[in-house]
Design a binder for this molecule. Structure first.
Ligand code: AP5
Ligand code: MG
Length: 193
């Protein structure tokens, strides 16, 4: 099994690159943002609770997200590996993920961190907001999401750097340029399927 975390601030290209990685390497994509938006659109109790945070650009509480991830990993039993997108976003989530994977006799092999200057992030997200229908793609909430990233998420990188698992990848080129840089790292572990 090969497990990868695609890390980076809002708008750094995690979703865009995950789609390409999934196609090339046949990994299972787990995006907590997508999972939460699905709960919100079905108006489940979890979704109703999560929406209160998401609409303000705040992180959803750890226990909600960790529970969701755990059942998703179980569902995809027998997968070639996972790509985690938008998770973990706090130290507590990172520690929970390490334990969950250890329990399944596996681990995170690499964390690829997309590095993109802040002014690009905002421009990209405001652009996406024109068509995405995402209620958090407006300037005020985008600013909050980036703030929340600096306050709670960016330090997750240090957790993996301490285990020599962090690779920083330049994410401000074209989508294809970035994919090439990511592939170079993944190819060290896994051949395209
Ligand atoms: P989430 O859905 O994870 O959103 P995010 O982290 O804010 O990131 P985005 O999805 O906005 O950006 P992305 O990096 O995927 O970029 P994308 O590829 O789309 O989380 C949403 C909310 O859910 C959170 O605020 C929180 O409330 C909650 N949540 C989720 N996970 C959680 C967790 N683990 N714990 C607690 N709460 C959680 O690209 C963005 C745009 O840029 C697109 O339009 C794209 O076409 C464009 N683009 C991409 N690459 C390029 C490029 N190279 N050049 C030009 N444009 C590009
Ligand atoms: Mg995304």
């Amino acid at each position: 099994m090969f497990n990868l975390i695609l890390f980076g601030p809002p708008g750094s290209g995690k979703g865009t690159q995950s789609e390409k990685i999934v196609k090339t390497y046949r990994l299972e994509h787990i995006s907590t943002g997508d999972l939460l938006r699905d709960e919100v659109s079905r108006k489940t109790p979890l979704g109703v609770e999560a929406k209160k945070y998401m609409d303000q650009g705040l992180l959803v509480p750890d226990e909600v997200v960790i529970g969701m991830i755990s059942s998703k990993i179980d569902e995809k039993h027998g997968a070639r590996g996972f790509i985690f997108d938008g998770f973990p976003r706090t130290r507590a989530q990172a520690e929970a993920l390490d334990k969950l994977l250890e329990f399944k006799d596996t681990q995170i092999h690499i964390v690829l961190s997309l590095e993109v200057p802040e002014e690009h992030l905002k421009k990209r997200l405001i652009g996406r907001g024109e068509t995405s229908g995402r209620t958090d793609d407006n300037e005020m909430v985008i600013t909050e999401r980036i703030k929340e990233y600096h306050a709670k998420t960016s330090s997750v990188a240090a957790h993996y750097a301490a285990h020599n698992k962090l690779e920083r990848v330049k994410g401000d080129g074209t989508i294809d340029d970035t994919f090439k840089l990511l592939s170079k790292q993944i190819d060290k572990y896994l051949l395209p399927a």
